[in-house]
Write a protein that binds this ligand. Sequence first.
Ligand SMILES: [Zn+2]
Length: 487
Amino acid sequence: MREKARRVAVVVAILSVDVSARATQEQVQEVFLQWPLPPGAEDYAAIDGRHLLRYVVEQAAISRRYRDEVNSQFWGRIIGTSSDAESAEWLAGKFRAIGLSEVRLQPLDLLPQWMPQSWKVAVTGGGETFELASAQPFYGSSGTPPEGLDLETVYVGLGSDADFAGRDVKGKAVFVFSMLGVPREDALQRADDKGAAVLFDVLMLPGNLRYQAYPSRTDAPAFSLGSEDGYRVRDMIVEAPTRVRVNLDIRMTSGLKTFLVWGTLPGSTDETIYIIAHRDGWFDASGDNASGVASMIGLAEYYAKVPHSERRRTIVFIGLDGHHNTGEGSGVGRQWLVEHRDEVFAKTALVINCEHPSTVQTNVRPRYMTGEDIVWANTYTPQQWYAGGPSRPELQTIAAEAFREFGVSTYLEPNSRPPAGDLGRLYRFVPGVATSDFLHYFHTDEETPDTVPWTGLEASTRAYARIIDEVNKRDLSVFQRPTEPEP
Ligand SMILES: [Zn+2]
């Protein structure tokens, strides 16, 4: 991070901003390119990205309080914990301050939740011992016996069959390397099938990121590892016999609750538009999904100032519990909506899922640049998008035009189904819109508020407002369709 701060300071110097102080988050945000408000879009000037970014910072603060007071290793706005409850109260407070009606928390019971209490991983070889500080268990990983495990290590490269050839991994700690964008090798599964005792998946991104991965679906405990730690172990294994000590204390915690957070802005008809955003996430969870929650709040603020008589449809806002607790019993809020869809979505013209609407554009080891950094650009990434699918061509056109108007860069073609996230369970029976991106800091401890350009928050939220306004000019029949079958 120190390296990044220095580089930002250089950029900021070019922009003639005061560099005497250490580069702060606001200074990082100074470099991002803003899309000017196009003619005819003046109404949307009230949606201000710098203002929305504060909501990202406030949510990251909830995570950090949890880290500092409850668990410094497995932290974030984690479903069922005190940070989940705090995030729900925080959002309800915003809804009340905006003047939404029927603001309430709907409690939902959770199945027992996977809660790692603590872990420690240390490697010894050639008379040297060091701790793997970046080790982070895969969600749902099994634990170790209380006394821990003390194991031989084996390195298997990218973990293909060729990499495993001639290597005995049975009962050992296996180190695999993997990288976003490289074909999947299912290396952890392969190692597990061959009887490995503990699995380490080295994330090859520069730095030493802690990455909270989704389940490995292996019997052996599995950890993600940052690349500095991973390369150090790899090089040690060549030099000398190397052993690893692993302790991972997992508990399944029962009796926890989570919440849907509701707020309503009545319109002049009983037809509805829903704006949803999931509240949970790991670490600061700034992109995923403080940014989406901020965008949802921005829309609530914007429409609360529109006179009641000019609001055709009632807008309902829902802070969802989320889905990072994958597996059975995950997404209970979303499931509740599915089960109550006939009441909830009977007269719904549009559901916008605000999920990761602004992500900093980063590049990994760019050609001809020296250094081992993730390099930042002064813009945000293009997004995957979905707008009702092929059976709703008007919604797709409305969305594409809105993205273009406000400079929301997107992939050329919409996804056939919504990008991974909360619309995925709802789109078969609601007219849904979602844009999303997941780049290098996704689910890592460096997914700080810096990684959410205010400019992207502003552009995406303005585009969502334009989509709402255009949808409100058309009748329900333009958007409603019979439920699509499961794919
Ligand atoms: Zn998300």
